[in-house]
Design a binder for this molecule. Structure first.
Ligand code: IMP
Ligand code: MG
Length: 177
């Protein structure tokens, strides 16, 4: 595993993002929806650097759903429990890769008439993007590679590491770990 960003680099970036978001939504009440499990660590740091009133909710998504469902391969294991109607929603997740899960979830929220829906991810991984979407706010942009730590896992491992790493596996063309 190779370290990409240290805990202090992450903290600095999260502070910048918090300032940017606080400024963008300064006259509004934010409704933040964190995506479990990957987004939990970023979400908990980000909300502490946003200095405007907000409400928080969580949702849990899975990409092993039914391809015939309205959300395609993405399914909602646990939806939010509050109405988004008329609210300014910010979805917070660990990473955007193909973009399918966050596009599907964004569309799902938009069915209930929110005032706005934006997306903030810690990492914007661009090379495998398929859905026509990109995060409105992101911490770090990388081209490719499997990232772990700071909430991101590989088969439930490495999620609790405070730094971000790129995992080198045979599939990603690197050294087995
Ligand atoms: P999507 O391809 O943008 O729909 O991303 C779906 C999910 O795949 C993300 O929310 C992550 O949970 C997971 N994922 C994608 N790339 C990575 C990675 O590099 N490390 C860990 N999880 C990833
Ligand atoms: Mg995820």
């Amino acid at each position: 595993m190779k370290m990409l960003y240290s805990a202090s680099e992450i903290a600095r970036k999260v502070t910048e993002l918090g300032d940017e978001i606080s400024q963008a939504y300064r006259d509004q009440e934010l409704f933040i929806v964190g995506i479990l499990k990957g987004g939990f660590m970023f979400m908990s740091d980000l909300v502490r650097s946003i200095r405007i009133p907000m409400k928080i909710e969580f949702a849990r998504l899975s990409s092993y759903g039914n391809a015939d469902s309205p959300m395609g391969d993405v399914s909602i294991i646990d939806d939010i429990h509050e109405a988004v109607t008329g609210r300014h929603v910010l979805i917070v997740d660990d990473i955007m890769d193909t973009g399918h899960s966050l596009l599907a979830f964004k569309k799902h929220l938009e069915e209930n008439g929110p005032a706005s829906v934006r997306i903030c991810t810690m990492i914007d991984k661009t090379v495998r993007r398929e859905a026509s979407i990109s995060p409105d706010y992101y911490g770090f942009r990388i081209a490719d590679g499997f990232v772990v730590g700071y909430g991101l896992d590989y088969a439930e491992k490495y999620r609790t590491l405070p730094e971000l790493y790129v995992l080198e596996t045979p599939e990603t063309g690197g050294t087995p770990t």
